[in-house]
Design a protein around this ligand. Sequence first.
Ligand SMILES: Cc1cc2nc3c(=O)[nH]c(=O)nc-3n(C[C@H](O)[C@H](O)[C@H](O)COP(=O)(O)OP(=O)(O)OC[C@H]3O[C@@H](n4cnc5c(N)ncnc54)[C@H](O)[C@@H]3O)c2cc1C
Length: 430
Amino acid sequence: MIDVIGGGFAGCEAAWIAARLGAQVRLWEMRPAKPTPAHKTGLLAELVCSNSFKSSNRHSPAGQLKWEMEQLGSLMIPTALKHQVPGGEALCVDREAFASEMTAAIASHPRIELIRKEWTGADTDHPVVVATGPLSSDAISRWIETRTGSGRLFFFDAVSPTVTAESVDFCLAWEQDRYDKGDGSYVNCPMNREEYDAFVSALVSAERSTPHLESETRYFEGCMPIEVIAQRGRDSLRFGNFKPVGLTNPHTGGRAYAVLQLRQENAQKSLYSMVACQTTLKWSEQKRVFRMVPGLQNAEFVRYGVMHRNTYLDSPRLLDARLRLRDSQTFFAGQITGVEGYVESGATGILAGLFACVSDEIPPPPRECALGSLIAHVTNTDSPDYAPMNINWGLFPDPGTLGDKSVRREAKLRAATEAFLKWRETLPLP
Ligand SMILES: Cc1cc2nc3c(=O)[nH]c(=O)nc-3n(C[C@H](O)[C@H](O)[C@H](O)COP(=O)(O)OP(=O)(O)OC[C@H]3O[C@@H](n4cnc5c(N)ncnc54)[C@H](O)[C@@H]3O)c2cc1C
């Protein structure tokens, strides 16, 4: 017996694989009796916003992830392909048809009992997979906090954009910690007076996103959007987050007028996040405005800044590589673990459902593959500010191949596929 809590992408995938492995599953979904602020129907696996499952190109991180999910018997990927609508390279779906078929598949499975009720927490003698998503109900959030300790469940996402290291121009930027105190985890992007003025003007006049939820418009003083800080005065950034003190530009030998700092996101230094640049700007505007900063003119964004309600765990300090709360039978899956997106959530649902059913002798997915890269993010203790993330090139390990970006990326995917297929052979799946 397994209880799966939450009938979103992660919960449906967890229930599906557990049932395929022969487990008796109870899937708890509180909608429609208890709605969330974003869902509009009582259907399982509802897409609350865009209808895209991102790229289906096999030569992309999202394409590789979907392929790995299919190899494990995913329910959502074949269902999405069946209800695909035109979307260029992206796998876009007819949301109503997709969610209706997902609901029917789960409801009619002989080993899955669909319980339409809020789960408020309980001690069980069998595994529980918690997949209650970014809008987890208050009752289960309280239960999770009692299990994990206070301060280990976050309710608000105020995240700065993240870029790949290989897209930063080090002819203009440089590595240095302020006053050289630290372990070299910062990269500095300098601005002269004209560049700073142009950046601030663009920032304050850029188009902002329409908040999805009412709560998004309430900011904590400690994490104001950068555009709101800039609005308070021309120099507010320069005397605040962008102060140039303690930094010497090795390209000029002098001090910059203002400095946007990037902070290392992972041990392999493949990703950097912009320090204190949480923002509500539209994604296209973030790209345009932050690319005005010298060193970031070709920046490749793997994650844009957001500020919205989002319930997620401090997973690196709580979960093991099988997505299990240490020393327990409680597994977590989906956005609540700190992955982001429909597909990434479904992918971790497959893993949590699998590990809730199989013995500990089955290893977690290898680091090289897309699933292993997601697990590496979820258990990444290098980043002090754990933030949710989509699958992206920077999460895959460097294969050590020489060559340009496209050659290295192809090598990443080859290594991912090889490692995944070997791991797949160890699984007791039909
Ligand atoms: C406003 C908004 C817009 C978004 N836009 C996008 C987007 O465009 N593209 C994208 O990829 N991602 C988007 N996301 C993120 C997206 O919601 C998640 O990536 C994805 O839905 C997470 O899947 P999940 O299974 O973890 O959670 P969900 O899909 O949210 O599923 C969780 C389920 O748990 C249920 N539940 C909660 N608490 C309980 C309880 N105590 N008992 C029983 N059931 C419970 C909920 O009703 C829900 O059905 C958005 C999120 C929000 C909030």
